[in-house]
Write a new protein. Structure first.
Length: 696
């Protein structure tokens, strides 16, 4: 009997499982369908639709949630029967995105119903692409003048064209840009052309390799190369590990603009080429050690254009090369940083195959920086660091890629910075001597430099007090106290609200240590002190500031007395910007300076009193009127003068510029000048401005 009962129970259990299992599977075994786009990709704001099987009830659909890149967007989802749709509020970024549909079942289970990976692209060819063409043109005509000779015709025009574009796919990215200028006064342009190219740049990146063609900067900073920016070609490659970077370039030695000179590398006598490498040997902590190698070789020839590097003013072709090796290391706790560099050059100063042979020279530097551990003092953070540097640059260390580096100098500097509670203090001590090669025919001059700059923004000034207790002067920010003492408190105007202070002092002293008898030059021996104080306040919507500079120079050189820089000066200025209304603002300013020249026994006083008014009406009309009175007086009456100047600019927007639709405005500008109450002149111009921005 027992055996039969157990057999009967097992049979009943099996029958129940057979009945229930299809129901359970039916509830759990449904799959949604993501509606495919008409293309193999999606647009940034394309509607995302998911079809749910008809067998799924509305109750179950209400438990579904949609995630885009792990962000729940269910609140923006629309349900129409068994179709769920989502239209992105903001355009999705180009690239791949994950879409996930999750069911939060009533029994507490979380079931992932579907997951898809979709790609957002701009077009079939490009994942992302865009372009901007910005054109500005100003045409003006002189309608009145007196005692002024116009350059060129009465009708003049100026304009600019700026183009920028980008295109990208999965593994590469490309961009281009160029800027051109237009000026009917061709005599004012660099090469005498009314329309000419200012600069251009093409860049491309694919995986870990990139290139640049056009005007750009080579991102290398050392004594051999620093801030080298010209027209040319460069390439850069990063290793798979990311711990090494290699690059090469070929650039024009001189700054180039305009449509001429093409890529900038076609003229061998004006081309500088080089290679560089950056290595991070420490695999575990790459930032601990950075080794840099740089080599350059180039020629230059003076052509009347600006020179990027070297001494290329003459028409003789000059040639030079050089290399640099540097190592930059930080300690484990990043408190210490030590950097050392050695560089050498060989440069033919007087030209190839002319006069003397090329000169070899070198330069080296050593830098140590210590950054103290951040400390909390009185609920505020204290940070400070100190840096020591020693640098020597030879007299003939000449690099075509770093013309700004002072030569023939031995420099030692110590710099200290401190920040605490709105205070930023920087002090710098330095000494430098020249004639590093001990040439007996040259003097040796030692220069000591001290600089101190203190910036202070009180932390309390960062809070704009809405209420001020007139009796105590304390700031009240507690909402409860505002309610309780509302009748006892009033808004109070504070002239010195939100202050920022700057105080700086510099001392430069030059002393001639060695002066050969046969040397015919000047023997410098002078000291210059400069003290500057600047303060600015922002009471409410307006601001004002005061500035004062005191300079004292003492010159004991062997120059003739009247050429020595023996003088003291004081210069002060007060500026105010006050918005009277939302549409009208006034800005008075006063400048006053005195110069006491002890070398010539002549004192000079300069005064400028001015005011600028600005009026804006409905963003359509803008008017700016500026008036200045300028006075100059000398004790010997050799340079006494006074002048009144007035400038007026009115701009009325006829049509506002929108994307792909030009904007047009009409303007009038003029200036009136009176000198010594007798000589006067004026000119008035009117014209139109056209601005057209096309972007896609």
């Amino acid at each position: 009997m027992t055996y039969n009962n157990q057999k009967l129970k097992a049979l009943c259990y099996t029958i129940v499982c057979i009945i229930i299992t299809p129901i359970t599977l039916h509830a759990a075994d449904w799959k949604p369908n993501l509606v495919k786009s008409q293309k193999n990709y999606r647009n940034a704001q394309e509607n995302i639709k998911i079809n749910i099987p008809a067998s799924v009830s509305a109750a179950v659909i209400s438990t579904l949630k949609i995630e885009i890149d792990n962000i729940d967007v269910t609140a923006q989802v629309k349900v129409n029967g068994n179709t769920i749709s989502y239209k992105p509020l903001q355009p999705l970024s180009k690239g791949f995105h994950n879409i996930r549909l999750v069911e939060f079942a009533t029994d507490g289970n979380i079931l992932e119903r579907g997951q898809w990976k979709v790609e957002v692209r701009k077009s079939k060819l490009f994942r992302d692409s865009s372009y901007i063409l910005n054109t500005d043109l100003s045409l003006s005509r002189n309608i009145a003048k007196k005692n002024i000779t116009l350059e060129g015709s009465k009708i003049q025009g100026q304009g600019t064209i700026a183009w920028a574009s980008t295109a990208a796919n999965k593994k590469w990215r490309y961009s281009s840009s160029f800027n051109a200028i237009y000026n009917t006064q061709s005599s004012q342009t660099t090469f005498g052309k009314s329309f000419d190219l200012a600069d251009y740049l093409f860049t491309g990146d694919a995986s870990r390799t990139g290139f640049k063609i056009g005007h750009h900067n080579i991102n290398v900073g050392n004594m051999l190369m620093d801030g080298f920016n010209s027209r040319g070609i460069s390439v850069r490659h990063q290793s798979t590990s990311g711990r090494s970077v290699f690059g090469g370039f070929s650039m024009r030695s001189q700054v180039s603009s305009g449509f001429r000179n093409g890529l900038g590398v076609t003229q061998g006598q004006n081309r500088t080429s080089g290679v560089y490498g950056q290595f991070f040997p420490n695999k575990t902590n790459p930032e601990r050690l950075n080794i840099n190698l740089t080599y350059i070789d180039g020629k230059c020839q003076g052509t009347g254009e600006a020179v990027v590097g070297g001494d290329c003013e003459s028409t003789l072709v000059k040639q030079g090369d050089g290399y640099s090796i540097s190592a930059d290391s930080t300690s484990k706790n990043t408190r210490w940083r030590v950097r050392g560099e050695y560089a050498a050059t060989r440069f033919d100063v007087d030209g190839i195959n002319v006069g003397f042979a090329a000169e070899d020279d070198n330069a080296w530097s050593l830098l140590a920086v210590y950054t103290a551990k951040e400390k909390s003092v009185g609920n505020n953070t204290l940070n400070w660091n100190i840096a020591l540097e020693r640098r020597r640059v030879g007299r003939y260390f000449i690099s075509l890629t770093n013309s700004a580096l002072p030569r023939d100098k031995l420099v030692t500097t110590a710099t200290h910075t401190l920040t605490y509670k709105g205070i930023n203090l920087t002090t710098k001590f330095g000494t430098e001597t020249d004639n590093v090669d001990d040439d007996p025919l040259l003097p040796r001059i030692k220069t000591n430099i001290y600089n101190m700059t203190l910036n202070w923004t009180p932390q309390s000034s960062m809070q704009d007090p809405e209420f001020t207790d007139i009796n105590s002067g304390t700031q009240t920010n507690n909402p409860e106290k505002k309610k309780k003492k509302k009748k006892k408190k009033k808004k109070k105007f504070t002239l010195f609200a939100q202050p920022t202070y700057t105080l700086s002092y510099s001392n430069t002293a030059r002393e001639t240590k060695i002066f050969p008898i046969a040397f015919l030059g000047i023997r410098p021996d002078d000291v210059t002190d400069i003290i500057l104080f600047d303060v600015n306040f922002t009471p409410g919507k307006w601001n004002w500031g005061f500035n004062h500079t005191y300079t004292l120079a003492n010159d004991d050189s062997n120059d003739i007395v009247i050429n020595r820089n023996n003088q003291s000066s004081n210069s002060s200025s007060l500026t105010i910007t006050y918005p009277v209304t939302d549409t009208f603002a006034i800005g008075p300013n006063i400048q006053y300076s005195t110069i006491d020249n002890r070398a010539t026994n002549v004192d000079e006083t300069n005064t400028t009193i001015g005011v600028t008014t600005t009026y804006v009406w409905k963003t359509k009309l803008t008017g700016i009127l500026t008036y200045n009175y300028i006075s100059n007086d000398t004790t010997d009456n050799s340079n006494n003068s006074n002048a009144h100047t007035t400038d007026l600019n009115i701009d009325y927007m006829i049509r506002q510029a929108n994307n792909n639709r030009p904007g047009i405005s009409w303007f009038v500008k003029g200036n009136w000048n009176t000198l010594n109450s007798a000589e006067n002149n004026y000119q008035i111009h009117t014209g139109i401005k056209i601005g057209w921005l096309i972007a896609k």
